[in-house]
Design a protein around this ligand. Structure first.
Ligand SMILES: [Zn+2]
Length: 76
């Protein structure tokens, strides 16, 4: 089984749009893997876990191939 996490943050994301906390400030400065998008995962390229607003971003930058999805599991 191959699990790929496309996003691992809550709805607000990291950094938060208007947040000035240390974590969000650090994420803005570092970029890259410190930027966390809304939670979504894919299993074996065909089972998609959740469908957040960042799905479009995950398709563009995370390699998400939506036409291959056969099952969508919505957890919340
Ligand atoms: Zn913050």
């Amino acid at each position: 089984m191959n699990i790929t996490h496309l996003g691992t943050a809550a709805a607000e994301r990291i950094p938060g749009l208007f947040c000035r906390c240390d974590l969000c400030r650090f994420a803005r400065e570092q970029g890259g893997r410190e930027i966390r998008t809304q939670s979504q995962a894919i299993i074996d390229g065909r089972l998609l876990i959740d469908f957040p607003g960042d799905t479009y971003l995950h398709m563009l930058h995370g390699g998400l191939d939506l036409p291959r999805i056969s099952t969508l599991l919505v957890t919340h």
